[in-house]
Design a protein around this ligand. Structure first.
Ligand code: UDP
Length: 413
């Protein structure tokens, strides 16, 4: 298949990963996959496009299928009111102050009941992603149920967490991204970090010509250093904080800020935040606020054209954008929150920050010291290669699926 840039879009085969991770890693995956023959894995989440969960499933599902594991992916249905509520849950679980009324909980339960009645649950293993579809576990029969939590629930709103616990307790196991996120639960827990696909359109090498054509399409000039944050327009990604940090840097270094993001069908906050960002950026022609279509090549090219990548989240699950930037050997400035410290060791594979001023200081340091920036980027790439590629993730998910058929309480991945 060709995309609008006339370049082949990737659907890499499992063997294509051998030059990156080695033959034995792929053989290992094939051996484990054999043991899952005959089992149907049914993933359920709330959106096919936008955000990290969809990003991972889009690559995970076809590769598991190629390995011979019958893996499917369905989405629940919900209207705007439902996704308003689940976004409130998301924010509250991340520890943000959020008013949630009895009416909100009822909206959640009503939509969940409709999905429980209407959705076909056929998996031997039902793999539920995040809180939106969590209530489907009421359909539990003799099959296995796993709840995959992508959110940093280290200090959740107690009200929401207690509400969800009634559902979580009905699962066989829960999966979290980082040791810090695990909670006291009456069920087994697994810690599995997310990953990126090095061969997807989002992360594969691009020609200079493609990068240039994407930048031209968005009218982003390349005559100054480019500082970029790519994220959904979400208050927790703190795009306004990024603008403030950029303004501090701009007093000393002439640079461009790119704030690029798309929308996700399960995130109703996007339009409001985008408008606020546009207002804040209006007085500076060097700030480029880009509303992206769903285009992995565009994201890839913007990341590759950047001098420094920022991820100034106030809360974060894992932060795939950080892994994507590091894989491209980019120097990254990112907040010390959620799963970001798993990816960035401060002053080794990037710079961590705790405030707007801290972010500005770090961006300035990287723009002023290209050699140092380059070293951090290269270390970052190595770190992602060793820890956060899709092949490691595939292996751990398959072992997780197998473990649901074992009686032992402790499973080492
Ligand atoms: N993303 C994208 N287009 C956008 C904004 C984000 O493709 O306009 C991608 C981004 O490259 C990453 C994912 O969406 O792969 C976001 O994952 P992350 O873990 O960073 O944040 P989330 O949105 O899940 O909170």
């Amino acid at each position: 298949m060709k995309n609008t840039y006339g370049i082949k879009t990737s659907m890499a085969n499992i063997k294509d990963y051998i030059p990156i991770v080695g033959e034995s890693t792929i053989e290992d995956l094939q051996l484990i996959a054999e043991k899952l023959k005959g089992k149907v894995i049914q993933n359920v989440n709330s959106t096919a496009l936008g955000g990290g969960v969809a990003e991972i499933l889009n690559r995970m599902v076809p590769l598991l299928r190629e390995l011979g594991v019958d893996t499917r992916w369905d989405q629940i249905k919900g209207d705007e009111a439902f996704f308003e509520v689940t976004k409130k849950f998301h924010n509250a679980l991340h520890g943000r102050r959020q008013d949630i009324s009895r009416h909100d909980f009822n909206i959640f339960l009503d939509t969940s009941s409709r999905n429980i009645n209407n959705m076909d649950i056929y998996g031997d293993i039902v793999f539920i992603h995040d809180p939106q579809p969590i209530a489907l576990v009421k359909k539990r029969k003799k099959n296995k149920w796993l709840w995959r939590c992508h959110i940093d629930v280290s200090s959740p709103n107690k009200h929401v967490w207690r509400f969800l616990m009634d559902f979580i307790a009905k699962y066989d196991s829960a999966v979290f991204s980082s040791p810090n996120f695990s909670r006291r639960l009456p069920i087994k827990q697994f810690l599995i970090a997310p990953s990126i696909d090095p061969l997807s359109d989002k992360n594969k090498e691009l020609s200079e010509e493609t990068i240039a054509s994407v930048l031209a399409k968005y009218n982003v000039p390349r005559d100054k250093p480019i500082v970029t944050q790519i994220s959904r327009f979400d208050p927790l990604k703190d795009p306004i904080g990024v603008i403030e940090a950029y303004k501090l840097v701009k007093k000393y270094i002439d640079c461009i800020l790119v704030l690029a993001g798309g929308t996700a069908s399960d995130d109703p906050e996007g339009a409001r935040v985008l408008e606020e960002v546009r207002k804040r950026a209006a007085d500076d022609k060097d700030i480029h606020v880009l509303l992206l279509p769903q285009s992995d090549i565009d994201v890839n090219a913007l990341q590759r054209a950047s001098t420094v990548i920022v991820q100034k989240s106030l809360r974060e699950g894992f932060g795939l954008t950080v892994a994507e930037a590091l894989w491209k050997a980019k120097p990254v400035v990112a907040s010390h929150t959620g799963g970001i410290p798993l990816q960035i060791k401060h002053k080794y594979s990037g710079l961590l920050c705790h405030s707007i001023e801290g972010a500005a200081f770090a961006i300035k340091q990287l723009l002023n010291s290209p050699e140092y920036a380059k070293k951090l980027g290269l270390n970052g790439k190595e770190h992602i290669k060793n820890n956060f590629l899709l092949t490691r993730h595939l292996r751990e998910y398959m072992l997780l699926f197998l473990s649901t058929y074992h009686k032992e309480d402790v499973v080492y991945l």
